[in-house]
Design a protein around this ligand. Structure first.
Ligand code: TYD
Length: 206
């Protein structure tokens, strides 16, 4: 089963993943925890390029192709083999991040993006996507307080991040069977419980 976590910056999803992995392992599943951009040696090198504050000249098209290049490598090298071996793959961000950030955020044509996305993934789609949602101001404040570094992609405006969040809602509405929206303004333990409940019910339902 392929499970992805999505959400606006500062939603706290990344910090929830180790506990969710442990919960699934305790239930007897083999779990691979990975993230985007990254997840493979080549993907992590591409991540460096994307995050580097010095790379101010990256254009929106270049940015898209770098995210997708990292994803193509990730799918072939790590995700598909793990799924074929019967493991649960838990992935911190995936294709929906491209639609939300580059599509809704940077307002790149969604049909074109979807076509490029399908090429990069070979058509692989998550079985379950957990949207770890917080209002933009809450997310930005959490990032300011908690993160040691401020990367190139954090520097976009509030309006951009608001479009990203609304984009996620639109994606979830378009495919309600795949998405579960988790209210991440609650405390950490409640959010973890909600994630576990969503995953358990999906696993139970086949
Ligand atoms: P990261 O530091 O991993 O942030 P987070 O903890 O919020 O996931 O940075 C990932 C950033 O890259 C984040 O701002 C979202 C952005 N992103 C895209 O714009 N498009 C994509 O396809 C992906 C995978 C990420």
């Amino acid at each position: 089963m392929f499970i992805t976590l999505e959400g606006p910056d500062g939603s706290g999803k990344t910090s929830q993943l180790p506990a969710l992995k442990e919960f699934l392992q305790d239930a007897g599943y083999e779990v691979v925890l990975t993230r985007e951009p990254g997840g493979t040696p080549v993907g992590n090198q591409i991540r460096e390029v994307l995050m580097n504050l010095k790379n101010v000249s990256i254009t929106p098209r270049t940015e898209i192709l770098l995210f997708l290049a990292a994803r193509a490598q990730h799918v072939e090298e790590l995700i598909r083999p793990a799924l074929a071996a019967g493991k649960i793959v838990l992935c911190d961000r995936f294709g929906d991040s491209t639609l939300a950030y580059q599509g809704f955020g940077h307002q790149i044509d969604l049909d074109t993006l979807q076509m490029l996305l399908d090429f990069s993934t070979g058509g692989l789609k998550p079985d379950l996507t957990l949207l770890v949602d917080v209002p933009v101001e809450v997310g930005m404040e959490r990032k300011r307080v908690n993160s040691t570094e401020w990367n190139r992609l954090d520097a976009y405006t509030l309006a951009f991040h608001e479009r990203v969040r609304q984009g996620y809602f639109a994606l979830a509405e378009a495919e309600p069977a795949r998405w579960v929206i988790i209210d991440a303004t609650k405390d950490k333990d409640s959010v973890q419980k909600a994630l576990q409940t969503a995953v358990t019910s999906r696993l139970g339902g086949g």
